[in-house]
Design a protein around this ligand. Structure first.
Ligand code: ADP
Length: 486
């Protein structure tokens, strides 16, 4: 009889990992390998797809050994860095060129031309996405235009995002992409079933090279026995932010999750209605099961934990990130100091790419702690700006569930509850992305009837409730607004 562990493969941007979950939600083992980052030109970011595969496989093999063999693994769930594009040869199963990573800006001119030609409105209405090099479509076309091996591959060309690549390698030739990952390519209409003919033509991407779009849970294929020492079904697939939303148990409107890492990604479930943002938030697929789609609104903040890194590495104001909690508590307030953390422009809902950072209100009384505190206060304010945009798009938050490296900071968690005026919850295990993939695999293999039932795998949570008087809150909101308007 087969065992019931769920094996998660989490192919991230800086590292790839494999984790083993028990059906009660306990994470019993983890293996991790870093990924090489290639920066061949300013604004270009590449990965070696062969390395992603080799290191993911190594991690998976280590987890199978820990589990005691493939018989003890019920299913595999895969989650991945979204939008990154891999091109490979169907005959050899080998990459034709380096993968172009989501952060890569090389197609900025192509995107500007599409906007200039008046296509943005149509693209945004259909895909929920703004026209930006971030998404996969222009990266795919770039490969066809600039890489001879890709251009001449003809019918042998396979294009896909990272989960497609891993599934191909694991199964020995199955070419699929789940609906959440597909919704980030800019080639799928949010309410369409397959690839969109008009979008593929506009972006110049041959549909024959693209994978088949599938659900997020189900039995998609089985692994080639030689890889893991036995066959394991692949039963869950999702892009990382969608997986984290599911892993946080944010399944219905009113819920929201914020992943506070280098930057911050915030998603709110929107149910079955195709979201149309009037505030430059993104509409995206949250999950698809039995062909039935649920959607989310998404907003991203460019600078979150990276501001703390900047205080440490560039300013030398703190020795380590965790010190900020005590420093913020060492002063009664920000002493009139405000910080706009636009170190790489401002993201949603402002979208001011050219904005730069600012610190205001300095006097002889200003100390290091005031500046650190102002930096930390800017986190809640950035999230509050998004909260307002989500509410204006008809998606107000009842509470916010946080995860990511910066969520470990109690002061920031409490300040977010105070400024947002909703409860903020933090799971004890903040690895919500992998957990979401485990939930999907559990549903896909039939351990659970649906995602709600898979909630038994959720981690316990710590709650932060609003505890700031209206006068203080008003002062903070007014101070931040003045900084934005300045
Ligand atoms: P990513 O997945 O984007 O690489 P992580 O989720 O690992 O990021 O989070 C790392 C970020 O969190 C770093 O930018 C770091 O500065 C910040 N961070 C980590 N611990 C703390 C802390 N205790 N307080 C504030 N920020 C923190």
């Amino acid at each position: 009889m087969s065992g019931n562990y769920l094996l998660v493969l989490d192919a991230g941007t800086t590292s790839t990992r494999a984790m083993l979950y028990a059906p009660d939600g306990a994470r019993v083992a983890t293996a991790q390998r870093d990924l090489s980052q290639y920066y061949p030109q300013p604004g270009w970011v590449e990965h070696d797809a062969a390395q992603i595969w080799a290191r993911t496989l190594e991690c998976a093999q280590a987890m199978v050994a820990q589990a005691g063999g493939t018989d003890r693994i019920a299913a595999i769930g895969i989650t991945n860095q979204r939008e990154t594009v891999v091109a490979w040869d169907r005959r050899t199963g080998e990459p034709l060129t380096r993968a172009i990573v989501w952060q890569d800006r090389r197609t900025a001119d192509r995107c500007a031309a599409l906007r200039q030609a008046g296509h943005e409105q149509m693209i945004q209405r259909r895909t929920g996405l703004v026209v930006d090099p971030y998404f996969s479509a222009t990266k795919m076309r770039w490969m066809i235009d600039h890489v001879a091996d890709v251009a001449t591959a003809g019918d042998a060309l396979a294009l896909g995002t990272v989960e497609s690549w891993l599934v191909w390698k694991l199964t020995g030739g199955l070419h699929i992409s789940d609906a959440t990952n597909a919704s980030r390519t800019q080639l799928m209409a949010l309410d369409g079933t397959g690839w969109d003919d008009d979008l593929c033509a506009l972006f110049g991407v041959p549909q024959g090279a693209l994978p088949e779009i599938v659900d997020n849970a189900g039995t998609f294929g089985v692994t080639v026995p030689a890889l893991l020492g036995g066959s394991v079904p692949i039963c869950g697939l999702a892009g990382d932010q969608q997986a984290a939303t599911i892993g946080q148990g944010c399944l219905a409107p009113g819920e929201a999750k914020a992943t506070l890492g280098t930057g911050a990604f915030i998603l709110t479930p929107m149910g079955r209605a195709v979201p149309q943002s009037a505030h430059r938030l993104l509409g995206t697929v949250l999950w698809q099961m039995g062909g039935d789609r649920h959607y989310a609104l998404e907003g991203s903040i460019f600078v979150a934990g990276s501001l703390i890194q900047w205080l440490r590495d560039q300013m030398g104001m703190i020795a380590q990130a965790a010190d900020t909690d005590a420093i913020a508590r060492s002063v009664a307030d920000n002493g009139g100091v405000w910080m706009l953390p636009a170190l790489s422009g401002l993201g949603a809902p402002h979208w001011r790419a050219e904005a730069t950072g600012r610190i205001t209100g300095l006097t002889h009384a200003t100390g290091r702690a005031h500046i650190v505190r102002a930096a930390m206060e800017s986190m809640a304010h950035q999230v509050q700006d998004l909260a307002r945009a989500f509410a204006a798009d008809g998606a107000p938050w009842r509470r916010l569930r946080i995860d990511g490296g910066m969520s470990a900071n109690d002061w920031i968690a409490q300040d977010m509850a105070d400024i947002l005026d909703v409860p903020v919850e933090r799971p004890h295990d903040v690895e919500t992305t992998a957990r979401g993939a485990a939930l999907l695999a559990g549903v896909g293999v039939g351990l659970f009837p649906d995602l709600a039932a898979a909630g038994v795998m959720a981690s316990e949570r710590q709650m932060f409730t609003a505890d700031m008087n209206e006068k203080e809150r008003g002062k903070r909101l007014a101070g931040w607004q003045a900084l934005l308007d300045d």
